[in-house]
Design a protein around this ligand. Structure first.
Ligand code: ZN
Ligand code: ZN
Ligand code: ZN
Ligand code: ZN
Ligand code: ZN
Ligand code: ZN
Length: 372
């Protein structure tokens, strides 16, 4: 059977030796009585060296000496018994009787270590015939502690049969009839052991249940943290995706508006260009006829001038001398631009609205998850 308490669990965290009067700190960790005292003295704000929980309540105990404070902490009697029995197991490897021979056995009743020959004698002797002798290598401190009989507080050689609750002592039968006859509450040791075992058993059950509930609560909390992480990632991705889409909508809008403007301006410029070429043509005809008329006035040949006057008059009268041409007006695409902008604005508004709804609902649902 494996040891219930591993070797390192018998060691004090301060002195690293096996516990000497192990005191139970408020957090449930153990330290030797003397180690707690020196630990408290060495620190201004002493916490458990293993978990930093406060060892003493400063406000309550500031006036008391540290020894008194430490003595008020309960002692772990079970650990004390295990340490005591562990020390018996490791103390000496030699047979108690013939101390130059290695002990291979231990009597679970006398706690004597024996060599094989002494063991044989022990098994034959009438007083020890019924004793349970085991191999040293298989006995654990716990089993040794459990097999140890309770002894009378006054007669360490007598077995205790009773417990005087009034004096808080285990006592033998003679002590019961002599010294504790007047005591009001004396119970049989077996009966007290049974009720102590029951009490410890129900404590264990209670603590196992509480431990399970706390572990479940911590697990649930971790699940909530993970859910929060996942929600965060998903919503961040959603925001990125939506903003990318909005960005491309804005980019498209920029492109489209510029196209509307440049299309409209090019159309206008083209119509101006058309007007100019019409005027250029008109100018060309006017200029060439001006040359004809100028030449006629300069040369004045007779009678050609008379014919020319008639011909040129008809021609000039047929010319379009006006400087007006029906030009197209500049049509600014304001209504198209307005409609386009309205559409984009509405689409962007819808996108923003829907992302807001999703993100607000998902993130707030994290807070509303039913409590553990
Ligand atoms: Zn210690
Ligand atoms: Zn602690
Ligand atoms: Zn024995
Ligand atoms: Zn021997
Ligand atoms: Zn006694
Ligand atoms: Zn008594």
């Amino acid at each position: 059977m494996a040891a219930v308490v591993q070797t390192h669990e018998r060691e004090c965290a301060v002195c690293t030796n096996d516990f000497n009067t192990p005191k139970i700190l408020p957090c449930g960790h153990l330290l030797c009585r003397q180690c707690v005292i020196s630990w408290i003295k060495s620190k201004s704000d002493p916490g458990c060296p293993l978990c930093t929980c406060p060892i003493i309540d400063n406000e309550d105990n500031s006036s008391q000496s540290s020894a008194n404070v430490v003595d008020a902490l309960p002692t772990d009697n079970v650990m004390e018994a295990i340490v005591e029995n562990a020390s018996i197991l490791v103390k000496s490897d030699m047979c108690t009787v013939c101390d130059d021979v290695t002990a291979e056995y231990i009597c679970m009743q006398c706690f004597e270590k024996m060599c094989p020959s002494c063991m044989k004698i022990h098994r034959k002797m009438v007083v020890s015939r019924s004793h349970d002798v085991e191999s040293v290598s298989t006995v654990t401190p716990e089993r040794l502690a459990a097999s140890r009989p309770a002894l009378c507080a006054d007669h360490v050689t007598e077995k205790a049969e009773f417990v005087c609750v009034d004096h808080n002592l285990a006592i033998c039968t003679p002590c019961f009839s002599n010294k504790h006859r007047a005591c009001l509450d004396v119970k049989s040791l077996d009966e007290k052991m049974k009720s102590a075992e029951d009490a410890i058993g129900s404590l264990k059950e209670k603590l196992i249940k509480a431990e399970g509930k706390l572990k479940q609560a911590i697990h649930n909390l971790n699940v909530r943290v993970q859910t929060a992480d996942v929600t965060e990632q998903q919503n961040m991705a959603l925001v990125d995706k939506t903003c990318d889409r909005l960005q491309s909508m804005v980019d498209d809008c920029r492109k489209e508006l510029k196209k509307l403007i440049s299309d409209s301006v090019s159309k206008f410029k083209k119509s101006l260009c058309d007007v100019q070429s019409e005027l250029d043509k008109r100018l060309g005809k006017v200029t060439s006829h001006k040359h004809l008329v100028t030449r006629a006035t300069t040369v004045r040949p007779r009678p050609a001038l008379i014919h020319a006057a008639q011909t040129l008059t008809d021609r000039v009268n047929s010319l379009d001398l006006s400087d007006k041409v029906e030009a197209e007006l500049l049509v600014t695409p304001s209504s198209e631009i307005t409609k386009y902008c309205d559409d984009v604005e509405r689409d962007i508004g819808d996108e923003l609205m829907s992302i807001r709804e999703i993100v607000v609902v998902e993130v707030s649902s994290l807070f509303n998850l039913s409590h553990v």
